[in-house]
Write a protein that binds this ligand. Structure first.
Ligand code: ATP
Ligand code: MG
Length: 416
């Protein structure tokens, strides 16, 4: 138990260890492998940015900017924010670096992000995302490529069956303006029945009422006009190109005409991969197209599309990964052997074998450690064996033991 004067972990943060850590690592490793198959380049960006990077990109009225950012003044008096997402920082990096010459750029990254939220299962204040973005491609093929990448990732994690891709279009600027006006008219007519939150949204961010979870809002949101009647020809054919690309690639999707996403920067494609296995935290991966974002940050007009997924939420869904395999545990018996064992262990590790040493307790305890680690072999070093320049190699699955010359040990453990 922690004493009252020992430091506590900050609310909503995690120390990720053991099985949880193995799950986490498996998500990241799988993402790294799959993004390389799709020829996405890895990118690292800062964990903090000038507050304006997020405020301008994500919109002052978004939940993240208005309520969830970790912002502070640094010692120089500048307003700094811990990144609540990757997209804005990546767009900032594109503008700062003058990367226009490299378009189209396919970029991937992962790491911690920070949001001041009410912590619960699957919802933290420091959590972690994997992230994939394509900058400088206006073609619907880019949206398709990102969605197929996400789909392959979920398949390789073994969770595709329980997760559905929900897809929508938010149209182009013209579509969105017309649809927005129709929504405002509809919601205004039902203003008195809306939840308090949605009354405020009506002024600031009316699209958000569509994905309200409040039961008072649901019937009004469900009877709101669809975007379809307002789609320009261009917006409609863009969406059709995305859906037919998904069909060609064999990726299953369903239309959710209520899906809007929280941030101002989305245009055209918006999507979420959703599961019912995580309660209220059912969105595991989400994103869309953000053609105006880079301009908002002062860059040349550059289209973009991307997604992010919560590593913790994916990690909760996958099967428990196996612990790392251990090739051998070296068990020295006696003082002289203990010293010699340091050299034996070092040599085996330099030869590329995963080896641990059991140096505590009696012979029985030491052998128990070898078993507990799930090692394939115990390498027993007693005074008699050492005098002969040998070790006793015990196969822990069969219980068979054989003498092996020390200089042939690595070879024997590798092949046997
Ligand atoms: P939610 O509706 O659950 O708040 P969001 O729309 O705010 O999600 P995004 O900004 O799209 O989420 O972030 C992408 C992904 O990051 C989410 O789909 C989810 O998997 C994960 N995520 C978002 N917020 C958290 C959090 N506080 N803790 C853990 N994972 C999160
Ligand atoms: Mg959120």
């Amino acid at each position: 138990m922690a004493k009252s004067d020992t430091p506590n972990r900050i609310r909503g943060t995690q120390d990720i260890f053991g099985d949880d850590q193995r799950r986490f690592a498996r998500v990241v490793d799988t993402f790294e492998r799959v993004r390389a198959l799709y020829c996405f380049q890895r990118l690292e960006i800062p964990i903090f940015e000038a507050t304006g990077v997020f405020a301008r990109s994500m919109g002052e009225t978004s939940d993240v900017v208005s309520k969830e950012m970790y912002s502070f003044e640094d010692k120089g008096g500048d307003s700094i924010t811990l990144r609540p997402e990757f997209t804005a920082g990546i767009a900032r990096a594109f503008v700062t670096g003058g990367w226009q010459q490299h378009i189209p750029m396919k970029l991937a990254t992962h790491g911690p992000v920070f949001r001041y939220e009410r912590p619960q299962k699957g919802r933290y204040r420091q959590f972690h995302q994997i992230d994939a973005e394509i900058l400088g491609a206006a073609e619907p093929a880019a949206d398709v490529e990102l969605l197929v990448l996400a789909d392959q990732l979920l398949h390789e994690l073994g969770i595709a069956d329980g997760v559905t891709l929900q897809l929508n279009t938010l149209g182009d600027a013209e579509t969105r303006e017309a649809w927005r006006a129709a929504l405002v008219a509809h919601f205004s007519a039902h203003r008195d029945s809306l939840s308090e939150d949605s009354k405020a949204r009506l002024e600031r961010n009316p699209l958000r009422i569509l994905d309200s979870k409040d039961s008072a809002d649901r019937p009004i949101a469900d009877s709101a006009p669809d975007i379809d009647a307002y789609l320009t020809d261009e917006a409609r054919s863009f969406f059709e190109a995305v859906t037919s690309g998904l069909d060609a690639a064999g990726v299953a999707w369903t239309r959710n005409s209520r899906l809007v996403r929280g941030l101002d920067y989305y245009r055209h494609t918006a999507f979420e991969f959703v599961t019912d296995r995580l309660g209220a935290q059912g969105t595991v991966l989400a994103g869309g197209r953000y053609d105006g974002l880079i301009e908002t940050l002062g860059g040349n007009p550059t289209p973009g599309v991307g997604w992010a997924a919560g590593i913790e939420r994916l990690a909760m869904l996958i099967d428990e990964p196996q612990a790392q395999g251990v090739d051998a545990v070296v068990v020295p018996l006696g003082d002289a052997a203990s010293e010699k064992a340091q050299g034996v262990v070092a040599a085996l590790r330099r030869a590329g074998l995963a080896v641990d040493m059991a140096f505590r307790g009696n012979m029985k305890k030491r052998m128990a450690k070898a078993d507990a680690l799930g090692a394939r072999y115990a390498v027993i070093l007693g005074d008699d064996e050492l005098a002969r320049g040998e070790a006793g190699v015990k196969n822990l699955a069969t219980g068979e033991q054989q003498p092996v010359a020390l200089d042939a040990l690595a070879e024997a453990l590798r092949t046997a």
